[in-house]
Each structure stands twice: as C-alpha cells, then as structure tokens.
Write a protein that binds this ligand. Structure first.
Ligand SMILES: NC(=O)c1ccc[n+]([C@@H]2O[C@H](COP(=O)([O-])OP(=O)(O)OC[C@H]3O[C@@H](n4cnc5c(N)ncnc54)[C@H](O)[C@@H]3O)[C@@H](O)[C@H]2O)c1
Length: 302
C-alpha cells in the first residue's frame, strides 16, 4: 500500500480537473495538501476563491487534510504564499505538483508575442515561481517536484502558444533535474490526458476517439492521478523523466538520439549519401542529460 503519511504536497490549479484528482488521491493516502487555485477561466481570465474552497471543503468532509490557497502563480509573491501556507499550516513541504494551466487555440498566424506571453506566464513562469519558492523546503525534505507537459508539444497546429510554453517547461524540468540530483530532489514531468473542461477547448473534444474513450470510461482525471502522485512518493526512483498518464495509458516519453554516423570531416555530399543512416531511428537511446550525451559522442569518436 503506497501511503503519503507525514508528507505535505502543494498542488497548483488543484480546485478542479486533474489537480483535484491529484489532491484527492494524495489526501486519501494521508498527505496534507495545499490546494492552490486562482479559479480562472480556461483562457486565464477572471478569478474565483470558491474553486479552491469548494474542493478543500469536500476533501475535509472525506476525512482529508487540506488547506486552500487562492494565489495567482504568475505573481512570484503569491506563488511564494503557497509555500508559506504549507509551512504555516503543516510545518513542512515535501513536494510540489505544478499543474495549473490555461489554454488557447492559437494557430501560427495568431501567435502574437502577447498570446505566447500569456501562456509562458502561467506554464513556465508560474511553475518556476512556485518551484523556486519551494526549493529550500524541497531540498530540506529531499522531496520532489513535478511539472506538467502536454502531448501538444509533440506537435499540433491548433494550440501553438500553449505547445511552445509546455516545451519551455520541459527545458526547465530537465535542467532542474540535474540540479536536483545534486541535492536529493527528484524532478519529473507528467504529460496527462483526461476529460476536463480544458479538454473541451481542445479541437479533438468531439472526435470519435474521444467519444469511444468516454464510452469505456477511461477519460476520468482519476486515471492520471496514480502516476502523477507516484512521482512525488519517496519510493519513486525517477528523475528528469517524462511520463504520459491518462486516457487508459501510462508510458515513458523520452528524448533519444539515434546511433547516427561518426564522421570527423563531414561534407554536404556525404550527408546526402548517408542521410538515411543519420536519420535512422532504429537504435534510439534515451539521453538523460547533456553530460551523458557528450560522453556518448566521445565514445562514438574513439
Ligand atoms: N486535460 C487534459 O487532457 C490535459 C492534457 C495535457 C495537459 N494538461 C495540463 O494539465 C493541467 C491541468 O489541466 P486540466 O485539464 O485539469 O485543466 P482545468 O482548466 O480543469 O484546471 C486548471 C486549473 O488551473 C487553475 N489556474 C489557471 N491559471 C492559474 C494561475 N495563474 N494561478 C493559479 N491557478 C491557476 C485554473 O483556475 C483551473 O482550476 C494543465 O497544466 C494542462 O495544461 C491537461
């Protein structure tokens, strides 16, 4: 039985959707949880205190220990307030799940600096603000941080600003994981999938595939929660890794390099002649960080 007794976890954007499922599973298993949620619309506009308050009331009624935080994670001071609430109410902070998010259906034509900035503010800077404020506590607790990506960053035309911001979060997560390794903090990412109000903004909301998954009942946010929550459990060995979770599937998502072609003095003609070997995905190997990738290159040359 995996338990979280004694652990304190802050979950951002936890008033509804995926974050609420994480908060519920964590409190059910004994964690004390800071439920942060500004209560915005899916595009980030507006705010409502009841989003976090209602969930905390429900969790407490179910016997869980939770406290509401209404801060806007895009504001460094309010983000720090999430950590402050954990320390004031529960005396420690072991883990952060950076889950809060907004979405826009921006195409390349519409990818204005403002549209991108709005997405970066929440996904990248919001997660950075919270994690930076939490870092000393996470180091003290030898805890964990989770970031939230999206399959959209694998490539999709319709949510371009959102995808770019999620890809930026990947860079943050990977770099922080190398720093965390030196101080005992594990840093990973989840690429969730579930039918939430955000999903209804996505363009495949009415697809036959979505309808089928809904029919067989795998679209609930509850199905993404076990993996996302396991990433902050003491027994989880992962660091710097990305996991897809939800819609009836859990899997590793990797950055990988092929075997490629060792060539000290490449020429254009040589590239053209050997292009299929260079681009071959036959012998992909996961690359976990820059240093091990460099070691691999040195190994290929020698
Ligand atoms: N639902 C999916 O299939 C899916 C797929 C890929 C990624 N995601 C990601 O999962 C996360 C959760 O998504 P969801 O589907 O549960 O969405 P949701 O809209 O149901 O929940 C997101 C929550 O974040 C809160 N929030 C937004 N901006 C905030 C801010 N500045 N400060 C504090 N709280 C803020 C909102 O109030 C909302 O309650 C997001 O990061 C999203 O990008 C979801």
């Amino acid at each position: 039985m995996i338990g979280f007794e004694g652990a304190v976890v802050a979950v951002t954007g936890a008033g509804r959707g995926l974050g609420a499922a994480y908060a519920r599973l964590l409190t059910e298993r004994g964690a004390r949880v800071v439920v942060n949620d500004r209560g915005t619309a899916t595009d980030g506009s507006g705010s409502s205190r009841s989003t976090a308050d209602d969930l905390v009331r429900a969790l407490r009624a179910e016997g869980g220990q939770a406290v509401a935080n209404h801060g806007d994670i895009t504001d460094p001071q309010q983000a720090a307030g999430i950590v402050g609430d954990a320390l004031d109410h529960f005396g420690r902070l072991d883990a952060v799940i950076n889950n809060a998010g907004i979405i826009s259906t921006t195409t390349f034509d519409e990818l204005s600096a403002q549209a991108l900035q709005r997405q970066l503010d929440v996904h990248l800077f919001g997660a950075l603000n919270v994690t930076r404020a939490a870092w000393p506590s996470l180091v003290e607790a030898e805890g964990a941080a989770v970031f939230t990506l999206s399959a959209g960053m694998l490539g999709s035309r319709h949510t371009m600003a959102y995808n770019v911001a999620k890809a930026a979060v990947l860079g943050l997560m990977r770099s922080l994981a190398t720093e965390g390794a030196a101080v005992g903090v594990r840093v990973n990412a989840v690429m969730p999938g579930a039918e939430t109000r955000m999903q209804s903004t996505a363009l495949d909301a009415d697809s036959a595939e979505t309808a089928e998954r809904r029919r067989v009942g795998v679209n609930s946010p509850d199905n993404a929660a076990p993996l996302a929550c396991y990433l902050v459990h003491d027994s989880c060995p992962a660091n710097g890794e990305v996991f897809a979770a939800g819609r009836g599937h859990m899997a590793k998502i990797a950055l990988a390099a092929g075997r490629g072609l060792a060539e000290r003095e490449p020429t254009l003609e040589g590239v053209a002649a050997e292009f299929e070997r260079i681009r071959s995905a036959d012998e992909l190997r996961e690359e976990t960080d820059l240093l091990s990738y460099r070691d691999r290159l040195i190994g290929i040359w020698n």
